[in-house]
Design a protein around this ligand. Structure first.
Ligand SMILES: Nc1ncnc2c1ncn2[C@@H]1O[C@H](COP(=O)(O)OP(=O)(O)OP(=O)(O)O)[C@@H](O)[C@H]1O
Length: 612
């Protein structure tokens, strides 16, 4: 497996480079326009403050001589009274439009990015190897898709461009200050290292808190989903209060991290304010002294102090943004790590399609282990050889944990063999195109899954090329049509999580109808009738027998009564084929199969010996 970079190890430059390449570079025009708007808004903030100087000198200092506006126009007292307020409103209007334009563009871009990340994450998840999906709780995926992607957006939205706006305001204001009085501006500069130090300190704290909060968000999603999945067990064991306490613990842990992060954010602002006010005090002292010397006029002083306060404001925003950014970047690191995992089960570059027609399945000396082999640990499958000719039905039986389900998982390449090969018509399935391989296989499982959609859509699942008549024909063949038409909306009744509840037998028959419609030459049946009552079982069994006609069928059955008509039975024990043959021969051999058959007749199932 390609090991992704550990979330913390991706350097910042590489991370930003990737965000740019993958998400921003496609929207260059919008981004540049937003940046320009932000720049205009930032510069105009400084201009508005710069207007303080002519305003104070022209309007409040009587007999101060003509006032110069933007160093270009000379105004007398009467003109100043009319033009300075008008100029302020005009500049403020342009600034408002620039600021609103920037926000609108950035919101669109930001939400576009979240959507994009969410779709890419889902695409990576749904294509991931079964082994990986099984190794992680689905809550973790949900949390990444829902929370982490939004943190990245927040960092981007309130980050990149607001950074530009406040950063530019800061720069413009500082330049203006240098223009008014460079010595005073130098005093201001002394505050910068102190602010940088504060930013660093709080940034580190926020990042740590963000990592903790993300991990706990994952734990929370997992706990919620687990509780919903296991609600019956929780109720029957009266564990509601205990589960509530467990979830409360996760919530409290998450809260601790979130509060730490929020506090770091909340303290960073006032801490840099403290620096800003210290600088204001220093400036006051210096400027007051200058004014007493007659070097600085009151208008310049007012503008300077106004700018200083504005610089403090912008600095505070930048401080806040730094923490939002560090959260977003932490999330981005996690997201990229998740996106970068390459599935191991991939199509070979030379993969071919299987020619149409009947299919013969062979497991050729197959060995398999879920985890890399360790000394003294036996593989899950050990040199297994199975042959299914077109039209044949082959059954797998044996004690629990023998490897039956594992064999079924190997055929559609949910897992790849670690030794030997699975062949369809003589071709190693690893040399076949993956979608083509799966097109050749229909799978009916013990507990068929229904989507939250109509019955018709569930039967057709994903097939757009089938008519209602074909869906109904499949349902009839699966003995499902009669019960479907009896449902409130017939084929348009919603099934699945939020739809009508169907019985186990009804769900089975919908799954069988799905398999009829797929009409694949290879059929995998996993305990298809084990959970049913006698009447349902008879209906399902009859439907299955029709489905098996002409296909290479590999079936697992615990109840031997369902496999006695199989062409061949393989008895698996501890990952090895210990017996094989027809039912009668195996009973006559008096080995494991015969023993299992005897046990089952004691359990009330029809005695195999008498049936045989
Ligand atoms: N995803 C997995 N990861 C690791 N080990 C697994 C996994 N699935 C199954 N196993 C192990 O592989 C062995 C074979 O399991 P398998 O489910 O194939 O047996 P089975 O014959 O189908 O059992 P049962 O009749 O109880 O369903 C067991 O020891 C099981 O613990």
């Amino acid at each position: 497996m390609t090991v992704p970079a550990a979330p913390e190890s991706l350097p910042l430059r590489a991370l930003l480079g990737r965000i740019w390449r993958d998400y921003l570079s496609r929207n260059k025009l919008a981004l540049v326009t937003a940046m320009i708007c932000a720049g205009v808004a930032g510069a105009l903030s400084a201009v508005l403050l710069g207007l303080l100087e002519p305003a104070v000198n022209g309007l409040f200092v009587p007999g101060g001589g003509p006032v110069r506006l933007f160093n270009m126009v000379s105004l007398n007292d009467a003109q100043a009274l009319a033009w300075i307020p008008v100029t302020i409103v005009a500049v403020a209007m342009v600034r408002t439009f620039a600021s609103a334009g920037q926000s609108a563009l950035i919101n669109r871009l930001g939400h576009g990015i979240v959507g994009d990340i969410q779709v890419r994450l889902f695409a990576a998840m749904i294509r991931a190897d079964l082994a990986r999906l099984r190794a992680q709780h689905s809550g973790a995926f949900v949390s990444t898709v829902l929370y982490d992607a939004n943190l990245v957006r927040e960092a981007f939205t309130s980050g990149v461009v607001n950074y530009t706006q406040h950063g530019l305001t800061l720069i413009a204001v500082i330049l203006y200050m240098f223009w008014i009085d460079w010595k005073l501006a130098m005093v201001v500069m002394l505050g910068i290292p102190a602010v940088a130090l504060i930013l660093r300190r709080f940034g580190r704290k926020t990042r740590k808190a963000a990592r903790g909060a993300m991990a706990e968000s994952e734990a929370l999603s997992t706990a919620l989903m687990e509780n919903l999945d296991g609600v019956r067990l929780i109720k029957i064991e009266n564990r509601e209060a205990a589960e509530e306490a467990r979830v409360a613990q996760v919530v409290a842990r998450r809260q601790r991290h979130v509060i730490k992060g929020a506090n770091a954010r909340a303290f960073a602002g006032p801490a840099s304010d403290l620096v800003a006010y210290s600088v204001v005090a220093a400036v006051m002292a210096y400027a007051g002294w200058q004014a007493q010397q007659g070097v600085m006029d009151v208008g310049e002083f007012a503008a300077f102090i106004g700018m200083l306060l504005a610089a403090g404001q912008s600095l505070r925003q930048v401080t806040n943004l730094a923490t939002v950014m560090s959260e977003g970047l932490t999330a981005a690191r996690r997201l990229f790590a998740a996106l970068d995992i390459q599935p191991e089960i991939r199509e070979a570059s030379h993969a071919a399609a299987l020619p149409p027609g009947p299919v013969e399945v062979v497991l050729d000396d197959v060995s398999f282990a879920y985890a890399p082999s360790r000394e003294g640990v036996a593989p899950t499958l050990d040199h297994v050889a199975i042959h299914i000719a077109p039209g044949e039905t082959v059954a797998l039986v044996g004690p629990s944990g023998g490897g039956k389900s594992t064999i079924l998982s190997l055929l559609p390449r949910f897992y790849d063999v670690t030794g030997g090969a699975v062949r369809l018509n003589g071709v190693d399935i690893r040399d076949l195109q993956l979608p083509d391989l799966r097109d050749h296989i229909a799978l009916v499982t013990q507990e068929p899954f229904l989507f939250d959609d109509t019955i018709a859509a569930n039967i057709a699942y994903g097939r757009t090329d089938v008519s209602q008549d074909q869906i109904e024909a499949a349902a009839r063949a699966a003995a499902a049509h009669d019960f479907i038409v009896g449902l409130p909306d017939g084929y348009d009744t919603r099934a699945g999580e939020a739809g009508v509840r169907l019985s186990g037998g009804q769900r089975q028959r919908i799954a069988i109808a799905r398999a009829f419609l797929k009409d694949a030459p290879v059929l995998l049946l996993d305990e298809a009738t084990s959970a049913l009552d006698t009447e349902s079982e008879a209906l399902v069994q009859a439907a299955l027998e029709r489905l098996m006609q002409g296909r290479a069928t590999l079936m697992i059955a615990h109840r031997l009564s369902t496999v006695r008509n199989a062409d061949r039975i393989y008895v698996l024990d501890g990952g090895r084929v210990v017996e094989q043959g027809a039912h009668d021969d195996l009973v006559a051999q008096g080995g494991l199969y015969a023993r299992l058959a005897r046990q089952q007749s004691l359990d009330g199932a029809p005695s195999l010996e008498t049936v045989a």
